[in-house]
Each structure stands twice: as C-alpha cells, then as structure tokens.
Write a protein that binds this ligand. Structure first.
Ligand SMILES: C[S@@+](CC[C@H](N)C(=O)[O-])C[C@H]1O[C@@H](n2cnc3c(N)ncnc32)[C@H](O)[C@@H]1O
Length: 540
C-alpha cells in the first residue's frame, strides 16, 4: 500500500491512497466462484469500473433534521452485572440486563468498568472485512475472518433523516439515475441514508438466504442499526442480510442473490417497494422489470423471523450483588454522542477501480479529506478494512456541555419517605428503553437495595419474586415489540394503531401484563419500605 498524494487545500488536506494488488495486470474478465451461504456467487474480475463510486466515509451517524439526544445521568441504563474473575460472562455477557434489552452499557457507568463487553457500537468492535466487486450486484463486503453466530459485524452508519426526507431523497436519487439504494429504516419515523455518507455497512448486499441480520440497539440514548451474524460465517464469504422491511429502495430491483428461496426482488416487503412508482428502463439488464406483481407481505413469512433476537433464558440470581456505588455523585452532565463531528464529515472514500483476484481483493482509491484538526485514529475506531487503515480524521467530539435537566419521574412517594436518603432509590436505571416502550417510571428501585433493610425473609422473597416477574414481563414486551416492529415500520406507526386485530390484542395484553408487573413490584417495594419506616419509628 502506498500513499499516492497528499496535498493541502487551505485548511483541508486531501490524501489519496491506492492499494496495490497482485494480478493487477490481468485484463480479461474472469469469474471466480466463491462460497457464500452454500451458494456459489460469481465474483467478477474487471480492470476498470464502468461506474465510479464516491461517498463520504463516516464512522457514526449524522443527524440531519435534529441533534443527537443528550442523555442525562438518570437516563443512563445501568446493569447489575458484577465482575467475577472466574466467570467471563459476568462482564456484561448474555445475562446482562442491558444486553437483554438491547441497550449498550455506558462508559463510566457500567459496574464492570473497562471489562464491560457491551459497548461494541461505541468501541466499533467490527469484524475484518474486504470490499469486492461482484458480478451482478455491484460492490459487496466479504468477511475477512471467521465469524461466530450472533457476532457483531459492523454498524450501518449514514445520515439520520425523517420519513419525508427519505421519500424526497429516494425520488431524487432515482431521477438522478442512481442504481444502488442505501436508505434503510431506523424507526417508524426515521431512516438512515448511507448514499452520500456512510460506513462500510452500506456495501452489504441483500440475500433471500442471508448470513447476517440487522438488529437495533440503543446506544447513548439513540437507536442504531447493527449487522449481526445469523450463523457461523467462514472467512472469504460474502456478508448479506435480508433487505425486507428495512430497505427504502424505491425502484424494483431484481434480486440476484442466487438463493433457492429467492423471492425475486429486493426489499419486496419494504415500504419503499410498496410505495414504488418508479421502474428502471428495460435496457438496463441489471434492473429490468416486467409487470412486477406487488408482493403481499401477509402471504408469507411469520413477522417475527426478521427481527428475531436470540431468545434468552431468564435466570436472575436472587438478590444480585449490588452495583459498585456511584452514589453521592449528583452530576447530570449530558452524555455526548461519541465522535459527534465538530465540522462537516471529513473523510471521503473514493472507489474508482477494482481488480478482483483469486484472493478476492479489491483496489481502492481513498480520497481522504481531512478536517481542520487532524487527529490520529485510535485503533478501536478503525474500520477493519483489509485494504489497510483508511486514514481518517476522527471527528472530534463536541466539547459543549449543556446544562442538565433533572428528569426524575414517578416513585415520588418513595422519595418522600426518605428512600433516596437511605440509598434505596436506584438512579440511572432504565431497563426497558426499547423505542416503543414508554414506561412512566424512568427511575427505578431495585429489590437488592431494599432487601438489606428488611428483616423478614418472607418479605424479601416476595420482593425478589415481584422483581423477577417485572423483568420477565418487560422482556416479553420487548420481544413482542421486536416481533411487531416490521409491521409497525411498514405502516409508519410507533404504536399498535392500524395493526391487524390479533396483533393489537396481543400488544395490549402483554403491555397490560407488564404494567401490572411494574405496579406490583413498586407496590411490594413500598409496603416493605413502609414497614421499614414503621420499625425505625418503633426503634426510635
Ligand atoms: C446497500 S447497496 C449494497 C452495495 C451495492 N452493491 C454497491 O455497489 O454499493 C444496495 C444496492 O446493491 C444492489 N444489490 C444488493 N443486493 C442485491 C441483490 N441480491 N441482487 C441485485 N442487486 C443487489 C442493488 O442495486 C441495491 O440497490
């Protein structure tokens, strides 16, 4: 790899990098076959590209129509993991309450400190990947290492835009003749557009029999989209996920995934597909469409399959060890989005040529527009592109600190009873921050905190049972949200309105159950505290 140019442009520096590859001199088109999900995908060897691809490489989402949410301390979800040397899973593994609810732990708040394994988006714990040119599907991304089922592959980054903007942009891209679509759904009302700015996740192609899937995680208060391995993946395999639901491709694109179960078109169940009015020209053999029937999403797959998360057994130890206390800290500094760009995005990755070799390599030309403050990239912030480290100017964090607003809701009676003074009021705990969950109680008490003040074993057992029931009901509700999310997103709703009756009923039943469990736990906790207060008075 060698640096090609480095030229200063007033405050901006532009660096062009070219990667050298073996077999670059090969002129003929060769087709290599490579195993992907058991399907043989043709990978093309080309000398020059007919299309030139230019986009700005970013390493975290950029918010176009609003700013990044500012998290105050009270809203930071804190798990109750307790670090144990003998149990690697103790440092925020599968049993971590944050992991179970698809929340990332927050640096500085996690009881496991630096050992916490649940900060993969924030630390950009991506797998190693390679960019290649495929024969019929444009660029694609290969795994450059063996990947285990469930492993985090990469984040899909781009510009976060509103639904209206997504619609407008999609139409504009189509009218500009863009053949590749990069808008995916983030929530019922927001989308991620990686067309002009994005991460390498934008190169992952669709397959009807994919080896990856998208999952939504809440990180520092914002929902983010990650690509996760659905199965074990061997190095050299093309990474794919099913675009259904997520994709906002306006045009009907014939699917070339080669899977036996191929449904024929990309994102056939997506909102964009259903709303589509655009058809590519017939002479464009990659996108030709004749009398495409609209896909009826109700005819097919069960709704839950796409977003299904690993089912996790609920096993919480009774009276978990207490969280190393940060009590006494009254700071409520808003949590900044990590690497929030100070200036406009600064890195451009320009791909203008590729040579596919037997080793499946691509030649990239990276144009890196550096910002004013060149800052070396930290290792953990590097996209693991096999073509070498793309030199980036990491967008420096905004230093601005906003005055915090205390957002304490609910459980006021507990506070009046002096629970907070007693250290019983659990701060910064939010176990169900799923985007569709709107629990009125943002701060929450925990059995373990009350337990040490209760003498009666019966009361303790009741309290723990109530807490377990509450956590179980919350998880059930979160799972249901995940199951219904594709339908809600298709309908552009964040709630059960317009859901088919059976789904709405299920929603209401599970929500009621969860609310009842929350109330029951709080009620039990209050009774315990009232008893405790009485005992104290008697003692006095
Ligand atoms: C998110 S981009 C993926 C990266 C893209 N191949 C590129 O070159 O930048 C989605 C676009 O890739 C192409 N694509 C992805 N999967 C495909 C598939 N299975 N069959 C045909 N085209 C596909 C379509 O043009 C689609 O609009």
């Amino acid at each position: 790899m060698r640096r090609k140019t480095a030229r200063d442009r007033s405050t901006k520096r532009q660096i062009t990098r070219t990667c050298s590859w073996a077999n670059k001199g090969l002129r003929s088109m060769r087709v290599a076959k490579r195993e992907s999900n058991g399907i043989c995908l043709p990978l093309k060897q080309v000398e020059t590209l007919d299309t030139q691809l230019l986009y700005t490489h970013i390493i975290c989402n950029e918010f176009i129509h609003r700013g990044h949410k500012q998290l105050v301390d009270d809203d930071v979800p804190v798990c109750s993991c307790k670090l144990s040397k003998d149990d690697p899973e103790s440092a925020c593994g599968d049993r971590c309450l944050n992991v179970l609810t698809s929340n990332e732990c927050t640096h500085g708040f996690c009881p496991c400190g630096e050992s916490c394994k649940n900060q993969r988006f924030q630390k950009r714990k991506y797998i190693k990947t390679k960019l290649v040119k495929t024969e019929e599907r444009g660029w694609g991304l290969l795994a450059d290492q063996d990947v285990k089922m469930g492993e985090f592959v990469i984040e899909y980054c781009g510009e976060v835009i509103s639904s209206e903007e997504a619609r407008t942009r999609s139409q504009n891209y189509e009218s500009e003749g863009m053949q590749d679509a990069y808008i995916i759904s983030l929530s019922g009302s927001e989308f991620i557009d990686a067309t002009r700015k994005g991460s390498l996740g934008r190169f992952i192609n669709h397959s009807c029999d994919p080896n990856c899937e998208t999952r939504k995680w809440t990180v520092l208060g914002e929902v983010r989209v990650g690509i996760f391995a659905k199965k074990d993946i061997k190095t050299g395999t093309e990474l794919t996920y099913n675009y259904n639901f997520e994709w906002y491709g306006g045009a009907k694109v014939r699917c070339r995934c080669g899977a036996a179960s191929c449904v024929g078109f990309l994102g056939a169940k997506s909102r964009g597909f259903q709303e589509d009015t655009y058809v590519w020209e017939d002479n464009d053999d990659r996108f030709s469409v004749e009398n495409v029937p609209l896909y009826d999403s109700e005819d097919d797959e069960p709704l839950s399959t796409f977003f299904k998360k690993a089912q996790v057994g609920l096993k919480f130890k009774k009276l978990r060890g207490s969280i190393p206390s940060k009590s006494g800290e009254k700071t409520s500094t808003p949590h900044k989005a990590e690497n929030t760009p100070k200036t406009e995005p600064t890195v451009e990755l320009k791909l203008d040529e590729t040579v596919e070799t037997n080793n499946v390599h691509a030649t990239l030309q990276h144009e890196v527009l550096m910002g004013d403050e060149d800052k070396p990239i930290k290792e953990e912030e590097t996209d693991n592109v096999s073509t070498g480290v793309v030199e980036k100017n990491l967008q420096s964090e905004k230093n601005e600190e906003q005055d915090s607003k205390k957002q304490k809701q609910g459980v006021l009676s507990l506070k009046r009873m002096g629970a907070e003074k007693l250290g019983l009021f659990q701060k910064r705990s939010r176990f169900y921050s799923n985007q569709y969950s709107n629990s009125p109680i943002s701060s929450r008490i925990k059995a373990q905190d009350i337990h040490r003040h209760i003498l009666s074993q019966d009361a303790c057992d009741q309290l723990v049972a109530a807490e377990e029931a509450e956590v179980a009901a919350t998880l059930e509700l979160n799972r249901l949200h995940d199951k219904l999310r594709p339908t809600m997103e298709e309908l552009g709703k964040d709630g059960p309105d317009s859901l088919p009756m059976s789904m709405a009923e299920e929603w209401i039943a599970v929500t009621c159950k969860q609310m009842a469990a929350v109330l029951n736990f709080n009620h039990t906790a209050m009774i315990c505290l009232a008893r405790f207060a009485q005992d104290e008075q008697v003692l006095e």
